[in-house]
Design a protein around this ligand. Structure first.
Ligand SMILES: Cc1cc2nc3c(=O)[nH]c(=O)nc-3n(C[C@H](O)[C@H](O)[C@H](O)COP(=O)(O)OP(=O)(O)OC[C@H]3O[C@@H](n4cnc5c(N)ncnc54)[C@H](O)[C@@H]3O)c2cc1C
Length: 423
């Protein structure tokens, strides 16, 4: 799914066929990205027999993502419902990380580092100030800092920057550590991995009963979760209500490592990390971000390209990202390019996810939808997994997800539909 070569995370190559085929699962999860894996892990911990179907688990958009947990600096005009959902999920993140780390013994790099949104020139300052006023009106925790104050907080910012919005509660997680930990957690809780592509849902009589795989095999189940990211519409047998507008938005992202130390370097002479907080930049109307990890590496992202399912990394994308980052933090040019990846953000017509349990009138009772998380899927993982696992166990989901059902795309004039309502 991405431009780099990956080896399968060890131990997750797939279950022995005899353990899987012919068995009836309480829930089959289609898609092993962060959304499907976290949902499977939590459902399994609640006592359900769960299988994850995915030919390449963990290597979709989730493998590319920067891992910003940033409801405030991601707040956009007209997306207030999404903001409420994002804030609710951000509040769950601390406990979610703690539980995952306790279950797996791994460090997923959840860091309460805060985020600075830096304005490069006067026009960028004006745009950032407008966003700041909007955020203040929404009651969000933000503070405006002068260029000088921003440089005192992050001395490696370029001297000419015009000011910054400081969001102390926008944090980060190391996404690839998160993905590996979720794979381990699923394994630990006996989730079965089926290394295949799901091709169709079977719901005779309006009740979901099986997921058909590319090999022709049917996995019988009491429920299914559609969590295949940008590919969620590729599965046949979706009820009409679930056929919402969905498109992949390519993001190219770079991973930069600190420059190698010289032979004479000692721990005392080792340079401090380039940044300590996440820095998002507005640079002459373009956007870029730098997410510093605890080991001194930096994740630099990301492009936003509408090119279908293409995941190549163009030279132009690399050039644009490095050019923008260098204007904000000139020292990045000393770093080493460690990785370049492209991932596909699953985007709906209103930028919000689809998180819903299909009822009896849908023609596929027992189907749970969990896709379309676009640019916030890592942030939204805890609340999505909590809703999905609750529904699978017959419990109520958190209130904040109620605005994210698929029916919002059905009314004439709704996002993604022409006024006559024809899809
Ligand atoms: C460059 C980039 C940077 C990002 N940065 C951030 C960030 O900082 N913070 C944030 O919150 N979000 C970020 N995102 C968004 C986030 O990565 C996504 O919203 C999230 O990963 C979506 O997760 P998912 O599990 O739905 O999809 P994916 O991770 O794409 O997983 C979908 C899975 O479904 C599988 N699949 C596909 N078809 C089938 C099928 N037919 N049968 C079975 N399996 C199938 C695929 O193999 C894949 O493993 C970023 C995205 C990109 C691309």
């Amino acid at each position: 799914m991405s431009a780099t070569q990956h080896t399968a995370p060890s131990g997750h190559e797939g279950a022995d066929a005899s353990q899987v085929y012919g068995r009836c699962f309480d829930a089959v999860v289609i898609g092993g990205g962060v959304i499907g894996l976290a949902s499977a892990w939590q459902a399994s911990k609640r006592g359900l027999a769960v299988a994850v179907v995915d030919p390449d688990p963990g290597h979709g958009a989730s493998w590319a993502a920067a891992g910003m947990l940033a409801p405030v600096t991601e707040a956009h005009y007209g997306e207030e419902a999404l903001l409420h959902l994002s804030l609710a999920s951000a509040r769950l993140w601390g406990a979610f990380a703690e539980e995952l780390e306790a279950d797996t013994g791994s460090d997923i790099g959840y860091r309460r580092c805060g985020t600075m949104l830096v304005a490069f020139d006067d026009d960028d300052r004006m745009a950032a100030r407008q966003l700041y006023e909007f955020q203040l009106k929404l009651g969000l925790q933000v503070r405006w800092v002068s260029g000088r104050e921003a440089r005192e907080m992050e001395p490696n910012l370029a001297p000419g920057i015009r000011g910054a919005l400081w969001a102390p509660n926008d944090h980060q997680v190391r996404t690839r550590h998160l993905v590996r930990a979720l794979l381990d957690a699923c394994q630990e809780s006996e989730v079965a991995f089926v290394p295949e592509r799901a091709v169709a849902l079977e719901a005779p009589g309006g009740r979901l009963s099986a997921v058909r795989l590319a090999s022709g095999i049917r996995l019988t189940c009491g429920a299914a979760v559609l969590a295949a990211g940008s590919w969620s519409r590729s599965v046949d047998g979706l009820p009409e209500l679930a056929q919402v507008p969905l498109r992949p938005v390519k993001g190219v992202i770079l991973r930069l490592a600190p420059a190698p130390l010289t032979a004479s370097a000692t721990p005392e002479t080792e340079p401090p990390p380039l940044l300590t907080r996440t820095v998002r930049g507005m640079v002459q109307g373009s956007h870029v971000y730098l997410v510093p990890r605890a080991d001194g590496s930096i994740v630099l992202g990301a492009t936003s390209e509408e090119r279908g399912f293409d995941t190549t990394v163009s030279v132009g994308a690399l050039h644009d990202l490095i050019r923008l980052a260098r204007r904000l933090v000139p020292g990045v040019t000393e770093m080493v390019l460690a990785d370049a990846t492209a991932g596909l953000r699953p985007a709906t017509a209103d930028n919000g996810p689809v998180i819903a349990a299909m009822g009896g009138d849908s023609g596929a009772e027992g189907l749970v939808l969990a896709f379309g998380h676009y640019r916030n899927g890592i942030l939204l993982t805890p609340i999505t997994a909590s809703a999905v696992s609750a529904w699978l166990c017959g419990d109520p989901a958190p209130d904040e997800v109620s605005a994210f059902g698929p029916s919002r795309f059905c009314a004439p004039g709704s996002p993604g539909l022409p006024a006559d309502g024809v899809r």
